[in-house]
Design a protein around this ligand. Structure first.
Ligand code: G4P
Length: 304
């Protein structure tokens, strides 16, 4: 079953972004480097079309370096767009972001025309951490449940550089089925919106293709070839203390272990999607949406 996630408050966020945009020179979209396509918000792209964009691939310390390079090339090839990868808690690369913004809007800067930058990102992508690093003190809250940063803030990073934090929450919009799983696995959507077992199965199905060796090493497993994804999850549970009375495996516990191991980097640096894969999924998702729309319209016109 695909993940459904329709949190409220998006309307007011959208309105606030639209109101703020005329005064904005550069839009930073913070992405999760492990899922740069899925953690990108298509609504933001629509709202900010034509504005210089900086895509920041955060949590690069957890992502596959080769795929991060591929994603950076992908974004850098888009018009009016620059991309960089960083680890939000490390100060020097975080400050490279300021230079990248200046390069995107070379006509702004100086006391008369300060550079005005809006920073956006779905919950849990690391926005508060990055802002704290940029500011150099714990000015905003961070936490592990999506949705902590709520109010707009204007942060003066230099006398001629203003950073505006997105007012409201920019929730992810899931148009691609796999994106739902990737977002859930990374912590980008709330825990009550998905079933851990389903997400863990999707995660294992993905990771075993590129990194079977790491799963084997982590859980001391033999060849994975003969195992279905369900059997792999059960094996993982068996190896990690998930056995219940009677020898049955607690699959819920196994799923939680798998998701947590992915999130904390215990499987090594992993990226769940390449640009080519994502472009393909996206096109399929769009085609499906168009089909559904057409059917809806037909029905409302009285057809079948
Ligand atoms: P948000 O404002 O976008 O919602 O995200 P926030 O900064 O609260 O970060 C969410 C979680 O991601 C935090 O972990 C934070 O430490 C972690 N994080 C942010 N940037 C990076 C990064 O570049 N690399 C890694 N590995 N982790 C990052 P947490 O466990 O929820 O909280 P805590 O450990 O900070 O207490």
């Amino acid at each position: 079953m695909a993940i459904q996630w329709f949190p409220g408050h998006m309307h007011s966020t959208k309105k606030a972004i639209v109101e703020r945009l005329p005064d904005i020179d550069v839009v930073i979209e913070l992405l999760d480097a492990r899922l740069p396509g899925s953690s990108s918000n298509p609504l933001l792209a629509e709202l900010t079309a034509g504005k210089p964009a900086l895509k920041v691939l955060n949590k690069q310390d957890l992502a596959d370096p080769e795929l991060t390079t591929a994603w950076l090339a992908h974004f850098n090839a888009l018009p009016g767009t620059r991309a960089l990868a960083l680890d939000a808690s490390v100060a020097a690369p975080a400050r490279a972001l300021i230079a990248a913004c200046r390069a995107l809007a070379p006509l702004r800067g100086g006391m008369v025309k300060p550079l005005r930058v809006l920073i956006c990102g779905i919950p849990n992508v690391g926005k508060s951490t990055l802002i704290n690093t940029l500011v150099g003190q714990r000015a905003t809250l961070t936490g592990d449940e999506p949705g902590i940063t709520k109010l707009e803030q204007k942060i003066v990073l230099a006398p001629d550089f203003y950073l505006f934090d997105t007012p409201g929450m920019l929730w992810p919009r899931i148009t691609v089925e796999r994106s739902g799983y990737h977002l859930a696995a990374s912590g980008g959507i709330g825990r009550n919106a998905y079933d851990e077992e389903e997400v863990a199965l999707a995660l294992l199905a993905n990771v075993r293709v590129r990194h079977a060796d790491r799963l084997r090493a982590r859980y001391k497993l033999g060849d994975l070839d003969g195992l279905t994804d369900d059997e792999l999850l059960a094996e993982l549970g068996r190896k990690r203390g998930g056995l219940m009375a009677g020898g049955r495996v607690n699959l819920q516990k196994a799923a939680e272990i798998a998701i947590n191991d992915f999130r904390t980097g215990a499987w090594g640096r992993i990226t769940l999607e390449s640009p080519d894969e994502f472009v393909q999924w996206w096109a399929q998702g769009q085609a499906l949406e168009a089909e559904r729309r057409e059917k809806r319209e037909k029905r409302s016109r009285g057809g079948k």
